[in-house]
Design a protein around this ligand. Structure first.
Ligand code: SF4
Ligand code: SF4
Length: 236
């Protein structure tokens, strides 16, 4: 089963501690107010055979109704009981991979890990890609190689998602940062799609995570005074 081969921690930090103070105390990717896990129906069946952690997601507004309406017939949207009830071994592939997706070039090559850029303002990890463990990236690549070998629809979805990423970042005139499948970081240049190495010192930061001062201000604006979280961030 793929879960046995894709279980490495994304980093040695509990990154939910860094994003949750800006999201009413809940990790952004564990709240369906922000991210709705989408799984293959076979994966949902498998999860239900192991745990009662998950139930079918009920859309609550126009945006979430659209997410559900646009799902491929082999997929479904699900929701867990929340971060306090998380069962590490019963996380979906979507949970394990977040905030990364397999980036595929125009020519169809799976070259590394891209980020779900629409979360860049809220997800601390997207602004701190240098903390991602090599073992996680290796397991991610192996897991998606396996998924693509079984499921051409998923490959087509990720290829199209990568093309959308190139379009958005070309409009912004920004390079797409990637974790290379062989290690290190890469950048996909806007418009040409050319791929070059990216020094870790030039990895981008976004939103409240651009600086310690911005993070401190965002925590204050959110009504928090969590010095522990802030101190942990300072150590990075
Ligand atoms: S992956 Fe991003 S959104 Fe999810 S817990 Fe970590 S920092 Fe928060
Ligand atoms: S199963 Fe765990 S990681 Fe996945 S959404 Fe729920 S709390 Fe988050």
């Amino acid at each position: 089963m793929i879960y046995d081969r894709f279980k490495a921690a994304v980093s040695r930090y509990d990154c939910g501690k860094f994003c949750s103070p800006l999201n009413d105390g809940s990790p952004v990717c564990c709240s369906t107010q922000h991210a709705v896990p989408v799984v293959d129906k076979a994966e949902y069946k498998f999860l239900k055979s192991r745990t009662d952690l998950w139930h079918t997601f009920k859309p609550y507004d126009a945006a979430t109704r659209q997410i559900v309406a646009e799902l491929h017939h082999s997929c479904c949207a699900i929701e867990c009981k929340g971060a306090r009830h998380c069962e590490r071994d019963n996380r979906s592939v979507a949970c394990r991979a977040f905030p990364f997706y397999p980036y595929i070039t125009r020519q169809g090559e799976f070259v590394g890990l891209g980020t779900y850029w629409t979360y860049e303002d809220r997800c601390w990890l997207i602004s701190n890609m240098r903390v991602v463990e090599r073992e996680f990236a290796q397991e991610f690549v192996a897991a998606y190689e396996y998924i693509f070998s079984k499921d051409p629809e998923e490959y087509a979805t990720m290829k199209s998602h990568s093309a959308a990423h190139r379009r958005v970042f070309s409009r912004r005139n920004q390079a797409i940062p990637l974790i290379g499948r062989e290690g290190g970081f890469l950048q996909v240049l806007p418009r040409s799609g050319r791929i070059l190495p990216l020094p870790a010192s030039r990895l981008p930061k976004f939103g409240a995570y651009v600086s310690q001062a911005a993070y401190r201000k965002a925590i204050k604006d959110a009504g928090g005074d969590d010095e522990v979280t802030f101190t942990a961030t300072l150590r990075l």
